[in-house]
Design a binder for this molecule. Structure first.
Ligand code: PGA
Length: 259
């Protein structure tokens, strides 16, 4: 955690979820009602097909709804793509950009990711910019170099603590059930914090830094208690309301410990 930074627990459903899953969204929306929501933000990023109906289900809930990607342009001849403006039009508040699966599957470069983050900002969405090293890069001790390069390349000049969240997701930890050690997470997050402060000053101190990659109910308390870890980006474990809410719930204890 970072003093005075409000944690964010975010779910990324990836290419999962049909109308049958709307019950899970409803359960999440109801499950986050309560006093903890005054101190911890929650967000769900379902597939685009469910975005509009998800925002409708969340109108009376603090659970925010976002998308998993946007195009860098506002409109035009880009078959199959979705603009940030369209996400905002469906009452989405956030958009994930630069997830490693998009960097790999769709050849997205830091430059493209930065343009997408700018498009998100133009549409008044918060961009969740994902960065993280591959297994080979980790084995070659290149993690911090990769993070420096991706932060510089993917985070636009106009980033603020309000419109930007950074998610550190080691590629090898995503969906694998394996997480880095607490020490490794602490080093990576402290490094990102110092890079952001160097570039953005005070804003850099307040930017939220999420950890993502195999976050589960049983490891969340350990991961979320690390300095400069201001929340989680959760894939697999966010598909079930029960698991998502259990991860959110660890903040009950963590906040009590800081009092
Ligand atoms: P995971 O995915 O929690 O299933 O590892 C995280 C992510 O890709 O955001």
């Amino acid at each position: 955690m970072t003093p005075d930074v409000r944690p964010l627990v975010a779910g990324n459903w990836k290419m999962n979820g049909t109308r049958q899953s709307l019950g899970e969204i409803k359960a999440m929306a109801e499950g986050v009602l309560g006093p903890l929501s005054e101190q911890v933000d929650t967000l769900l990023c379902p597939p685009m097909t469910l975005l509009y109906v998800a925002t409708a289900l969340c109108t009376d809930s603090p659970l925010m709804v976002g998308a998993q990607d946007c195009h860098q342009k506002t409109c035009g001849a880009h078959t199959g793509d979705i603009s940030a403006e369209m996400i905002a039009d469906c009452f989405g508040t956030h958009v994930i950009v630069g997830h490693s699966e998009r960097r790999t599957d769709h050849g997205e470069t830091d430059h493209i990711v930065r343009d997408k983050a700018c498009a998100a900002h133009e549409a008044e969405l918060t961009a969740i910019i994902c960065i993280g090293e591959t297994e080979n890069q980790r084995d070659a001790y290149e993690t911090l170099d990769v993070l420096r390069r991706q932060l510089l390349g993917s985070v636009p000049e106009g980033a603020t603590a309000e419109n930007t969240v950074i998610a550190y997701e080691p590629v090898w930890a995503i969906g694998s059930g394996v997480t880095p050690t607490s020490e490794d997470v602490a080093v990576a997050h402290a490094f990102m914090r110092s890079e952001l402060i160097r570039r953005f000053g005070e804003e850099g101190k307040m930017m939220r830094l999420l950890y993502g990659g195999s976050v589960k109910p049983d490891n969340a308390a350990k991961l979320m208690s690390i300095d400069n870890v201001d929340g989680a980006l959760i894939g697999g474990a966010s598909l079930k309301a029960e698991d998502f809410l259990a991860i959110y719930g660890v903040y009950e204890g963590l906040i009590a410990e800081t009092l």
